[in-house]
Design a protein around this ligand. Sequence first.
Ligand code: ADP
Ligand code: MG
Length: 212
Amino acid sequence: MTCDATSTAAAIRAVAAVIIEHKVELTRLDRDIGDGDHGENLARGFTAVLGKLDGAEFDTPAAVLKMVASTLISTVGGASGPLFGTAFLRASTAVKDLPELDAQGIVTALTAARDGVVARGKAELEDKTMVDALTPAVNAARAAADAGDDVGAVLRAAAADANLGADATIPYQARKGRASYLGERSIGHKDPGATSTAYLLGALADAAAGVS
Ligand code: ADP
Ligand code: MG
């Protein structure tokens, strides 16, 4: 199975639905260690993405990803808007004009997304950010693709390790973003951006498996 422009658009619709479904939870997590807007920010962005998908035709997966990037950058705001925007933009650039993504293409896109977030936000592992979900996801995806897994299994592996990575942020002290202002008081809470990243990847995996 590969992922063409149409299935990429369908997968992004699935992501939007899951982010909107978890809006309140994501905002609650951000209330604990931030300013309580993460779910609202992302739901606003993905609602705009849904609007841009309606009636639109895209030639390549990269074209879909580029539209998501520009829409998130212009609508999400906060720290996470430019970071998610960069992730989608780098993923788009990395897969060029390929008509379909295979398992290695997914790895290329995820790796570029993670590298873009790190380049922009300068977070290291265990800084309690979305990087703590993205990096394990990239590593799991690469291992799965190298073992010969298909697109669905690669995304499933990425989502599973992103989930573990998000859970693992709970004991960390935040060293980047708003949560870092709390110092030790950020310990004991799950990072909102790592959580939304895990939901996003889970939605992609479900879409690839035809679950949603
Ligand atoms: P803001 O903090 O501006 O209100 P959001 O609430 O939308 O923005 O997003 C907060 C999330 O952004 C955090 O939970 C964290 O995962 C992520 N984040 C913040 N700063 C960075 C950074 N420098 N690198 C990576 N991720 C970051
Ligand atoms: Mg916030």
